[in-house]
Design a protein around this ligand. Structure first.
Ligand SMILES: Cc1cc2nc3c(=O)[nH]c(=O)nc-3n(C[C@H](O)[C@H](O)[C@H](O)COP(=O)(O)OP(=O)(O)OC[C@H]3O[C@@H](n4cnc5c(N)ncnc54)[C@H](O)[C@@H]3O)c2cc1C
Length: 382
């Protein structure tokens, strides 16, 4: 057993953090205030191998594995989780292409994303169904060599900036719910696709989120990812991997909260001594540190297991659940430790507080992760 990162991963970690500090910091406030997506940073990140870094070299990626990608995500999220998402989710949806796509599809879609030329999106959630994945209604009907697609998707990351969407559609309505879905690639510029940016997000405001409508959109049947009717199971497998990335976002954000709070508590005085000298203050910092350490274990181990060919999907759900808890807890403590200053935008902690909440909502709400872990426990000890 070895808990030490390899020299390669240490260098990657260092490089990703320095990249974020240099590139994100000047734009962070403006992107947050004006909800600005940051394509120029994504391109530079791709030039540095930080986009889709988990994709193997043969498809244009850095071959850093899921652990390497988690470490990149952690470091970028320490500086700005929204801009970081624009980098690490530029390939969102490609996980399914990599896991299930034909060789032709992989060669067509993965390399341009890795080069920062194309952006992908994973379009699953609908206006009337999010957690209830089997309740999606978007329909793809066979039409000659094409599918004709009708339906609506909601809250899609990269929705207005993507070049293509990996989309969950019903293709086999005659089958039982779980066997009725398929994943289909829809080009963003296909006729009948309408995309509207959703404005007014609480946090991660640099990221692009959209609602999307498909009206008689025709795509070739060759755009099917994997097997027809297997989309539900493919999507579950997709989340099992992407939840590690999302868990790493919370790790980075929580680390930033702790480091900034310790520094502040050493400088700020009350009643004649530094805040950090009070045990009540130290309790807050200590609890943050313990949760972060435990979360790092969950994130790194679940990434490492995928890279070693023994993925543990329950562990990934635990990591994602605990990431939300840790990030929200640490951001709350950071605001409190900064007192009134924590509540104004001169200090980053108010932004981290807003950013953190999404980690309990997307990529499965915290309740969805509880369902995943709960089901496993019932089966294991039943
Ligand atoms: C900024 C942002 C980015 C996003 N990006 C994407 C994206 O790229 N692609 C994509 O497809 N989706 C995306 N989403 C959607 C996100 O994954 C969903 O919002 C989330 O899964 C919850 O679905 P919902 O909003 O429909 O809530 P609902 O499913 O309606 O849930 C509402 C509440 O009910 C709870 N609940 C539901 N069912 C149960 C149950 N059985 N037991 C107990 N509690 C339950 C939920 O946990 C939640 O608290 C994004 C959302 C946001 C806000």
């Amino acid at each position: 057993m070895d808990f030490e990162l390899t020299e390669e991963l240490k260098m990657l970690k260092d490089m990703a953090y320095k990249f974020a500090l240099t590139e994100f910091t000047p734009l962070s406030k403006e992107a947050d205030e004006h909800e600005k997506y940051t394509p120029e940073i994504r391109k530079k990140a791709a030039d540095n191998g930080l986009v889709a870094a988990w994709i193997p070299e043969e498809y244009g990626g850095a071959g850093a594995g899921i652990l390497g990608n988690a470490i990149i995500t952690e470091e970028l999220s320490k500086v700005d989780m929204g801009i970081g998402l624009n980098v690490v989710a530029a390939c969102f949806g490609c996980e399914s292409i990599f896991q299930y796509g034909s060789e032709e599809i992989k060669q067509k879609y993965l390399p341009p994303v890795c080069r920062g030329e194309w952006v992908s999106a994973g379009a699953f959630t609908e206006p009337n169904a999010g957690t209830d994945v089997a309740g999606y209604k978007t329909r793809a009907v066979k039409n000659g060599n094409d599918y004709t697609i009708n339906g609506n998707k909601m809250f899609i990351t990269n929705g207005t900036v993507c070049d293509f969407m990996v989309t969950q559609c019903i293709t086999n309505p005659e089958e039982k719910k779980h066997n009725s879905f398929s994943l289909i690639i829809i080009p963003a510029d296909a006729k009948g696709v309408t995309r509207n940016k959703i404005k007014g997000k609480m946090g991660i405001r640099a990221s692009d989120t959209a609602e999307i409508a498909f009206e008689d959109v025709r795509v070739p049947q060759a755009n099917l990812v994997g097997k027809e009717g297997k989309g539900f199971y493919q999507l579950m497998h997709f989340f099992d991997t992407t939840r590690i990335m999302v868990a790493a976002q919370g790790l980075g954000l929580a680390e930033a909260c702790l480091e900034t709070s310790v520094k502040y508590c050493k400088e700020r005085t009350a009643f004649g001594t530094a805040l950090g000298n009070y045990q009540l203050t130290q309790k807050k910092l200590t609890e943050m540190a313990i949760m972060i350490e435990a979360l790092r274990g969950l994130v790194y181990k679940s990434g490492w297991l995928v890279d070693n060919g023994t993925p543990d999907y329950t562990l990934a759900a635990m990591a994602k659940f605990y990431s939300g808890q840790t990030a929200v807890f640490c951001a709350n403590n950071a605001v409190e430790l900064h007192g009134g200053y924590g509540y104004i935008d001169e200090y980053s902690v108010q932004k981290w507080y807003r950013d953190a909440k999404i980690l309990e909502l997307y990529e499965g709400t915290k309740e969805a992760e509880i369902m995943t872990v709960g089901r496993y426990l019932m089966a294991k000890f039943g």
